[in-house]
Design a protein around this ligand. Structure first.
Ligand code: GLV
Length: 324
C-alpha cells in the first residue's frame, strides 16, 4: 500500500503527477490555507505533510500525527514550522532553496525600480485621467543608476540582487552576521555594520530569514538612521519590519518610500493604515511567483517528501541534526 500524505494546497500539475506515483494524496483543494483544526484532523493517519509558508506547523500538530516521517515545505523560508519540535521528534524538515533565488532577486529589483521611479503612482495617474501634459517636474523619482544599495543579509538572494545592481553601476554595501570576504571580492561589494549601512544607503533591501534575532530588526531607531530620501525594499518576511515604525517613518518623511512584498500581518487588510500612504507600494508576497520557479519549488518539495518517505536523507533538509 502506498503511504498516505497530506498536502495543504493545490500543487502545479507536474509536481502533483510525480507525487501521485509515490503516494496516496489528500489535498486541501481551496485557495486559502486549511484552518489549523482541519490540519490537526487530517494529519492523524498521514506519513508525510507537504505544506506552505501560510501553515502553522507546531508541536501540537506534530503530536497529532504519530506516523509522520517528513515535513516538506514548498518554500525556502520555514519560520512557520517549529523546527526544534520536529527535530525533537526525529522528523526531518525539507525546504526548496536555490530554485527561487533569481525570481526573488528579479522581483526585489523590480520593486526597487518601481519605488524609485514611482511606477505605481504613474499608472494610477494615467488611469485616473490626470495626465494633461508633459511636465518638467511631473512624478519625479530617484536615480537608481550609480546610487548606493545596502543589502541586509548576504545569502543566495542577497547575492543575486547584488549581481543585478552591478549592472546599474550601483555602489553595493552589505551587512550580515558573518562577513564573506570571497563574495565581497567576487561581487565588488563592501561590508558595513548595519547602522553604517543604513546611514549610507539610498536603497536598503532586506534578505534575512525570520528568526528571534531578525524579528522587528527594522525598528524606529533604525529608520531614524536612514536618509530622508532612502527607499526600503522588503522581500524577506513581514515581521522583520516593525509596521508601526514603518508607517511613522513614511508618514513623517524619515524615509522617502517603501516597497514591500511581505507584510505584518499577512495578508495586509485593505483598510490597514499602511495602505493610506502614497509613498508605499505593496505586492501580495509574489516574489518567487514565476511559472518556472513555482514548478521547480513544487518539484523540490515532492523530491524531499519522497526521500523522507523512503527513509532517505532529504536532499534539502533544514534540520540535518535530525540524522545525527
Ligand atoms: C517565499 O517567501 C519563500 O520562502 O519561499
Amino acid at each position: 500500500m502506498k503511504p498516505f500524505v497530506y498536502v495543504t494546497r493545490r500543487l502545479p500539475e507536474p509536481a502533483l503527477q510525480s507525487l501521485l506515483q509515490v503516494c496516496e494524496v489528500e489535498i486541501w483543494d481551496h485557495d486559502v490555507p486549511p484552518p489549523y483544526e482541519v490540519m490537526v484532523e487530517k494529519v492523524v493517519d498521514k506519513e508525510a505533510l507537504l505544506c506552505l509558508l501560510t501553515d502553522c506547523i507546531d508541536a501540537g500538530l506534530m503530536d497529532a500525527a504519530p506516523r509522520l516521517k517528513v515535513i516538506s515545505q514548498c518554500a525556502v523560508g520555514y519560520d512557520n514550522i517549529d523546527v526544534g519540535a520536529a527535530t525533537a521528534r526525529g522528523i526531518p524538515v525539507g525546504n526548496t532553496p536555490g530554485v527561487l533565488t533569481d525570481a526573488t532577486a528579479d522581483f526585489a529589483f523590480a520593486l526597487l525600480m518601481a519605488a524609485a521611479r514611482r511606477i505605481g503612482e504613474a499608472i494610477d495617474y494615467v488611469r485616473q485621467g490626470c495626465w494633461q501634459t508633459w511636465g518638467l517636474t511631473l512624478l519625479l523619482g530617484q536615480s537608481v543608476y550609480g546610487a548606493t544599495l545596502g543589502i541586509v543579509g548576504l545569502g543566495r538572494i542577497g547575492q543575486a540582487l547584488a549581481r543585478r545592481a552591478s549592472g546599474f553601476d550601483m555602489r553595493i554595501l552589505y551587512y550580515d552576521t558573518t562577513r564573506q570576504p570571497e563574495v565581497e571580492s567576487e561581487l565588488g561589494i563592501e561590508y558595513r555594520p548595519l547602522e553604517d549601512l543604513l546611514r549610507e544607503s539610498d536603497f536598503v533591501s532586506l534578505h534575512v530569514g525570520l528568526t528571534d534575532e531578525t524579528q522587528g530588526l527594522m525598528d524606529r531607531r533604525k529608520f531614524a538612521l536612514m536618509k530622508p530620501t532612502a527607499i526600503l525594499v522588503n522581500t524577506s518576511r513581514g515581521p522583520v519590519v516593525d509596521p508601526e515604525a514603518l508607517y511613522d517613518a513614511l508618514h513623517e518623511g524619515q524615509i522617502a518610500y517603501a516597497a514591500l512584498d511581505v507584510t505584518d500581518p499577512e495578508p495586509l487588510p485593505a483598510d490597514h493604515q499602511l495602505l493610506t500612504l502614497p509613498n508605499l507600494i505593496v505586492a501580495p508576497h509574489i516574489a518567487s511567483a514565476t511559472v518556472t520557479s513555482r514548478n521547480l519549488m513544487a518539484a523540490r518539495a515532492v523530491q524531499n517528501l519522497a526521500a523522507g518517505l523512503r527513509g532517505e536523507r532529504l536532499p534539502y533538509c533544514v534540520n540535518p541534526e535530525v540524522y545525527g
